[in-house]
Design a protein around this ligand. Structure first.
Ligand code: 8YV
Length: 311
């Protein structure tokens, strides 16, 4: 058995994912890093979830050499601590781009067209004899993509198909179709658009990148869409702006505190909500799990890791 006694699965794996890790690596499954105890001999951790995995956890596993993360975002893992200990980290990029981009558009449409409200009108028979109040057209609305990486680009392409003029912010201008507009800072981007989609990486570098100033620039016709990380948005500033009517609405897949978001967010009819599921389709989660295990197999086989993020 590959990795027998050398592998641990830590985090919120589904039964199917945990079974595959057990079958291919005989990896025991801990639901959370909180349950971790000192365990020499473990060389590989298959990781999933947003709970922090830092120096303290790494030091319980003195022989650790690889953390194979389930997810493209690895902000839960302290990369500096991993580097200091010679631990390689891998992630699962690309296979989820389409799904996350699909959800960004779906949530934006849900906000503009008030899909949750419309669903309730039909189910509760509120509809009988009355019409739902008119909503807002999304097609053609100017969109700003904050972070034009692989996922951001997929999101931009989709909005372009909805005839939305595309603006973007990235650390540097990117090769993009003619007519897309680059902004050197997030405030300038927010000021130019009515839909602002957050598609940056998480972590310290983007903490509160959408702050009160960006929200204010987005303005009373603006809708904030976040499919990146809750940490990218100053949620208190967002809630203040929604309460004051300084922002038209929001569409959120991610939250500052998961899985128990600020309950005030549920009180806004103008906010579309989703439980952090951008990549949560059967097809994509299967592909992510396979890529995670491919990295682990490569480690044990001594072949190049498919998707390393450090080292
Ligand atoms: C998953 C994600 O929710 O890939 C990411 O960075 O946030 C999502 O695809 C996560 O990986 C599951 O823990």
């Amino acid at each position: 058995m590959t990795g027998d006694g050398k592998t641990l699965a830590i985090g919120g794996f589904t039964a199917t994912e945990a079974e595959a890790l057990a079958a291919e690596f005989s990896a025991p499954h801990l639901a959370s890093p909180d349950a971790l105890e000192a365990q020499p001999g473990v060389e590989v951790v298959a990781y999933k979830g947003g709970a922090p995995f830092g120096a303290a956890e790494m030091d319980l596993l003195p022989d650790l050499k690889l953390i194979a993360n389930f997810g493209v975002g690895y902000d839960a893992i302290d990369i500096a601590a991993a580097n200091a200990r010679g631990i390689t980290v891998t992630n699962t990029p690309d296979v989820l781009n389409d799904d996350v981009a699909d959800l960004a558009v779906a949530l934006t449409l849900a906000q503009f067209r008030r899909l949750a409200e419309g669903d309730r009108w039909v189910r509760d028979a509120t509809w009988g004899g009355r019409e739902m109040p008119l909503v807002r057209k999304m097609s053609g609305t100017t969109v700003g993509i904050l972070g034009l990486g692989r996922i951001g680009r997929e999101i931009a392409d989709r909005f372009a198909a909805f005839k939305c003029p595309v603006h973007y912010w990235s650390r540097n201008p990117k090769p993009v179709p003619e007519g897309w507009t680059y902004h050197a800072d997030p405030v300038s981007l927010a000021g130019a658009v009515d839909i602002l989609v957050v598609a940056t990486v998480g972590g310290r570098a983007t903490r509160n990148i959408v702050d009160a100033q960006v929200i204010s620039a987005l303005g009373e016709n603006g809708v904030l869409v976040n499919v990146a990380r809750g940490s990218c948005v100053d949620e208190a500033a967002l809630i203040d702006a929604l309460n004051a009517g300084d922002l038209a609405g929001a569409a959120l897949d991610v939250f500052a505190s998961e899985p128990d978001p600020d309950p005030r967010l549920s009180g806004f009819e103008q906010v579309a909500l989703y439980p952090h599921g951008g990549s949560a389709t059967v097809e994509t989660r299967t592909a992510m799990a396979e890529l995670q295990r491919a990295n682990m197999h490569a480690f044990f086989d001594g072949t190049p890791l498919p998707t390393p993020v450090n080292g």
